[in-house]
Every structure is written in C-alpha cells, then in structure tokens.
Design a protein around this ligand. Sequence first.
Ligand code: MGP
Ligand code: SAH
Length: 242
Amino acid sequence: MAASIPQTQLRKKRKRSPRESNPLIAKYWRQRYSLFSLYDRGIRMDDEGWFSVTPEAIAAAHAARAAATDLVVDCFAGVGGNAIQFAARGCYVVAVEIDPWKVRCAVRNAKIYGVEDRIDFVVGDFFLLAPFLKGDVVFISPPWGGPSYSKVKSFTLDMLKPKDGFSIFQVAQRITPNIIMFLPRNVDINQVEELSWLSSPPLSVEIEENYIKGRLKGVTAYFGNIASGSAGFLQLCSGTTS
Ligand code: MGP
Ligand code: SAH
C-alpha cells in the first residue's frame, strides 16, 4: 500500500517574484496595475520609483486640467508616471529628473505608452535648470522623504525634499503661475493655501483629494488659471479618482 503524502507537500509552492518578497516594495507591487495599467508590457522602476510614482488614474486626472496644446514642465519626473499621462493628453512635456537611471526607466515606460515623441527628457537638477525653462503648466511632485511620510500627523511643507515647499513653489512660479502640486494626504492644508499668497495678487487655489479604490492616496493643489474658484479663496473638493 502506498504511503499517503501530506497535502502540504503535494501543493507546489508558487515562486514569489523578487519585488513581492522585498518588504519595501511588496505593497506597491500589489498595486502595480493601478500604477501602470500596461505594467505587464515591461514597465521599469527602481525602489524609489515604486513608492513615488503617481497612480495612473490620478496622473490622468492631473493631465486633464491641461489643454491638449500646452507645454508642461514636469519638474521631478521620476519614472514618468505623470509625464506619460500629460503626453497621452496631447501636451508636449519637458520632464526633468536628477537620477539618470530613473530617466532610462521613464524613456522606456513612455515608449510602452507610445508617447515618447511628446516628451523631452532632461537629466538634471530642476533648481539649476528652472531659469531656462518655459511652460504653460508646471507639475510638481517632489520627494516626500520616503514611505515614512505618513507617520506624522501633519506633514508640513518644510518636510518636502530636496528643498522646502515654499522654495520649490517660488522657483516654479517664475516659469508660470499655473501650477499643479501633488502632495501627501496628511499635508497641512493651511500651508498649501498660503502658497497662493506668495504671488501678488494672490493666485486662485483649489485643493482636491485623490482616491484609488476608496483609499486616499494624496492631495493635489491646483494654482492659477487651472484652479476653479476665485483668487485668494480656497476651493476644497473631494475629487474621487477611481
Ligand atoms: P503610500 O502612502 O506610501 O502608499 O503612497 P499607500 O498604498 O497609500 O499605502 P497605505 O497602506 O499607507 O495606505 C501613496 C502614494 O503617494 C504613492 O502611490 C505615490 O503616488 C505617492 N507617494 C508616496 N511617496 C512616499 C512619495 C514621494 O516621496 N514622492 C511623491 N511624489 N509621491 C509619493
Ligand atoms: N511624479 C513622478 C514621481 C516623482 S518622485 C512619477 O509619477 O513617476 C520625485 C523625483 O524627484 C525622484 O525621482 C527624484 O529622483 C527626483 N528629484 C529629486 N531631486 C531633484 C532635483 N533637484 N531635480 C530634479 N529631480 C529631482
């Protein structure tokens, strides 16, 4: 009589992908199709790219604010999540990113989405390049200091990297007052509103919450002509994305 083999031994163990077993990346890997719907076509990211890329539906909502003919400057382009959606909207994009490896990923990712012809990738420091850049819309999603950003009750703008949010905004404003800023969900909203007062007269500002499958992922502030609402008055809305 054949000895019975325990069921647990019979079940073949599924091989976990390196990303699935990397504790830093695993939770973002599980969300991979909401980050890039075309993920399986060969999307490339590094660790920072995984936890920083804007989910596709949110990036598409950002892009929908621009006119199809607009020139957009993406100041901190990462692996291309936002630049790709602006280009897919029809905009022409100057995508600035300091890390050459991320730019290589972004170029490849843009090719997968068929929009590489609409994006000029620039490897460089946004603060050095800004005086030479022109655009109808500026998009800002700087580093938030890694996934631990959510540990604090209130994320203040001085916690943004590589400079505080007020300095970043002031540099961006010299390109155009039409600014989109993607910020942590725990950001101090009063400080975000204060950014509009850096301009004289104050800029219109609209603040939107961005959800994916009912979970709050971030907060977007729109300034200038792309904000709904009147100058100096905060327009708060809950823009459920997907
Ligand atoms: P999260 O809060 O780290 O993950 O990032 P999640 O899935 O909401 O986890 P939860 O369990 O805490 O709910 C949410 C989103 O914020 C990411 O998908 C990115 O789009 C964005 N994001 C996160 N970080 C750490 C950064 C960052 O440093 N820079 C930028 N620009 N975006 C970030
Ligand atoms: N919106 C992007 C994610 C941006 S994460 C996406 O959807 O893919 C922020 C990026 O800013 C990081 O990739 C980081 O390398 C880059 N960065 C940091 N300092 C910079 C600087 N001084 N100039 C340009 N890019 C910078």
